[in-house]
Design a protein around this ligand. Structure first.
Ligand SMILES: *Cc1c(COP(=O)(O)O)cnc(C)c1O
Length: 361
């Protein structure tokens, strides 16, 4: 029997970077540093504790977690943020899906500026939201006047913009975020600034969280998957108006955040200092990597994230493959000819540099 698969899903490959067992994995922008045994023990104790009540459904409003996330964001640019202004889900990917379920849908449009995160068109497809892109300039910045014009023309109910952008590493100036929010407000539309990599931004680069008190249609998403070194915990979240968060309660599945997930995230937040403790070292390693790649004569995008986009190669697949053969897995993504590498430990970066020199010389 032929499956009654939706027409637009026929022949589509599931999303995902190859999960290969390699010595040096620099392909999905994880934090390479795992937790200390002390943090392992504390998280495990929290899980043991919650296991005693796993016969019951979890707190579906994840009250304690929301409170702790609001407190964490208040230390990173958010002013007077209340727990009611925080929403969370299983990874910021699910947060984004909730946003499109609530604010996208048939007859509506989501807009981003390419090159951008490759998952966005998938959320749009899955929620029957039309998907439209504008373009970034050659240096991957967004021309604010052109972007505002695009918003007026497309009239999106959702604008999705990573800052720093994946795969380019480009941060969005607050003035551009603000101008886009104002243009979208007339539609009316919400503007989602996806700050998955915000903790890695360079000194002087602000967070869109600063705009929240004065910009009601702004949503800032964050994740514990990258700087926070908790990709396996699956916890993403956002800050927005309490009214917007309330709207998301309508589309979430019942008890979408398991008691285990909530306990792990709350315990991890108690150890934010340690889990984020390597962020400065990773930022320094990133800056060294950018310099080194430029010294090799390559073109490199400025990066506020924990990855670097570099190129350009006539045969980027060949370079990717050559690195893989030397045990180094990076990501074949971005515009034609470019490759993206995550920032790892000093040893991992040394392995990457040695392998790349062999491949391109
Ligand atoms: C990695 C990433 C995320 C985070 O995804 P999670 O579901 O939270 O693991 C979100 N947005 C962008 C642009 C990313 O690169």
């Amino acid at each position: 029997m032929e499956l009654p698969l939706r027409e637009e899903l026929r022949g589509i490959e599931p999303y995902g970077a190859p999960q290969l067992d390699v010595p040096v994995a620099l392909n999905v922008n994880e934090n390479p540093y795992g937790p200390s045994e002390a943090v392992v023990a504390d998280v495990a104790a929290a899980v043991a504790d919650v296991t005693r009540t796993l016969n019951r459904y979890p707190d579906r409003e994840f009250t304690e977690l929301r409170k702790e996330l609001a407190a964490y964001l208040s230390g990173d640019g958010a002013r007077d943020l209340t727990p009611e202004q925080v929403w969370a889900a299983n990874g910021s990917n699910e947060v984004m899906l909730h946003l499109l379920q609530a604010f996208g849908g048939p007859g509506r449009t989501a807009l981003s500026f390419a090159p951008t995160y490759s998952m966005y068109p998938e959320y749009a497809r899955d929620t029957n939201t039309a998907w439209v892109t504008g373009h970034r300039a050659e240096d991957f910045e967004i021309d604010v006047d052109a972007a505002v014009a695009r918003v007026r023309e497309v009239r999106p109910s959702v604008v999705l913009l990573p800052s720093p952008n994946n795969p380019t590493g480009t941060a969005l100036p607050l003035s551009t975020a603000h101008a886009l929010c104002q243009a979208a407000a007339d539609v009316p539309g919400v503007v989602v600034i996806d700050e998955a990599y915000a903790e890695f931004r360079r000194a002087g680069t602000p967070s869109a969280l600063e705009l929240l008190p004065t910009t009601p249609n702004l949503v800032v998403t964050r994740t514990m998957s990258k700087a926070f070194a908790l990709a396996g915990g699956r916890l993403g979240y956002l800050a927005a108006s309490a009214e917007l968060c309330d709207a998301l309660r309508v589309v979430r599945l019942p008890y979408h955040l398991s008691a285990v997930t909530q306990a792990v995230a709350v315990a991890a937040l108690r150890h934010a200092d340690e889990l984020l403790g390597k962020v400065d070292a990773l930022r320094a390693e990133r800056d060294r990597l950018v310099d080194w790649l430029r010294e090799q004569g390559l073109t490199v995008a400025d990066s506020d994230a924990n990855f670097v986009l570099f190129g350009t190669f006539a045969d980027r697949h060949g370079v990717w493959q050559g690195l893989l053969e030397r045990g180094v897995l990076i990501r074949e993504t971005g515009p034609d000819g470019w490759l993206r590498v995550s920032v790892g430990t000093p040893d991992e970066m040394a392995a990457f540099r040695a392998a790349l020199l062999e491949v391109i010389r």
